[in-house]
Design a protein around this ligand. Structure first.
Ligand code: ADP
Length: 323
């Protein structure tokens, strides 16, 4: 493999806070090493459509504190098909690009792995997903910010829950993952948390609410990950069984936005810089990760095929003890 002179960078799939910090670190690390950078717009769609812009140090000024991604992101049906990937390869060849950094979640990594293997093209991933569900890394970009945004909302709802003596059911993001729900429930002092990874018994939930009521508890917050059910349905069932008044809040997309926390910015800086180093060392089909505070590289295949350990049971136990 020849020397790397020019690399591409893109963000793909769901956006997450810290992606901009990672883009900035990719561009500036490469620039210091005299490597040119091309940014592709809207993920793999930008590769297929040759929609790109040259990036230099100045083009990433003032973005480290912004949520979302300045390169925009998208889901690309075309890239999942062979013909789309052929067009993507043609774009990279036309632009004389010799390595690619893909910032995204496990779907994006599946695409990157397939593409890199098919065309023997160097690809390094950076994990960006609010659900922190990539195996092999302790953290992904955006989960810390998402948890903090949701927690801020829960804290505010707690104020009114305490004043009005009501049960609040709050739905947080997580179609397949209870990560955000568990963190928020423990950090927010919530009484109950329902996650996709565990079944729940509504009668048991209501029993503990009734018991709590007898012990003198005046407010109750139930966190529901969206993949476990609709907050409105759960609130209805609680009301029917206990007769207590319930209120529902669905936090929705605010959890993706907002200023990235320091933790996500620092992670973005480290991952971005490390991704460029990995490409320069001739590494490919790997994602950056962090394990016990050390940067590591993880094979795409490992990251894609393994499920990340959630430690749900220890969270659920602690939440019960602290209620
Ligand atoms: P995320 O990266 O956030 O998990 P998606 O699952 O939507 O987001 O994946 C982003 C994009 O990655 C998809 O739109 C598609 O272009 C590509 N992709 C996902 N899975 C595959 C696959 N098995 N083969 C090829 N490309 C894929």
């Amino acid at each position: 493999m020849g020397k790397i002179k020019r690399i591409g960078v893109l963000t793909s799939g769901g956006d997450s806070a810290g992606m901009n910090a990672a883009i900035r670190a990719v561009v500036r690390t490469a620039t210091v090493k005299k490597i040119e950078v091309v940014g592709f717009i809207r993920g793999y769609e930008g590769l297929i459509n040759a929609d790109y812009r040259r990036m230099d140090s100045r083009s990433v000024s003032g973005i480290v504190n912004l949520g979302g991604t300045v390169l925009k992101t998208a889901r690309s049906k075309r890239f999942a098909a062979k013909e789309g990937r052929r067009q993507a390869y043609a774009t990279l060849k036309n632009l004389s690009i010799d390595g690619l950094v893909v910032i995204g979640g496990d779907g994006s990594f599946r695409g990157a792995e397939k593409f890199g293997r098919e065309y023997n093209f160097p690809v390094i991933g950076i994990p960006g997903t609010i659900d922190n569900d990539i195996a092999g890394t302790d953290f992904t970009l955006g989960s810390d910010t998402a948890v903090n945004v949701a927690l801020d909302a829960v804290d505010k709802i707690r104020d009114t829950a305490t004043s009005m003596e009501r049960i609040f059911v709050i739905e947080v993001m997580g179609r397949n993952s209870g990560y955000i729900a568990l963190q928020v429930a423990l950090a927010g002092g919530c009484e109950e948390v329902l996650i996709p990874e565990r079944n729940f018994n509504i009668n048991k939930v209501c029993e503990s609410i009734t018991e709590g009521n007898i012990r003198g508890k005046i407010s109750w917050i139930v966190i529901v990950a969206e993949g476990r059910g609709k907050a409105a349905d759960i609130a209805d069932r609680i009301h029917k069984i206990t007769g207590l008044e319930t209120r529902v809040t669905v936090l929705g997309h605010i959890q993706r936005g907002g200023r990235p926390t320091y933790a996500d910015r620092v992670l973005g800086a480290k991952f971005g810089s490390f991704a460029v180093e990995l490409l320069l060392k001739g590494q490919t089909l790997k994602t950056t990760g962090i394990k016990s505070q050390k940067l590591v590289s993880i094979d795409f295949n490992y990251a894609i095929k393994n499920k990340k350990l959630l430690e749900a049971d220890s969270y659920l136990k602690l939440i019960k003890i602290l209620t």
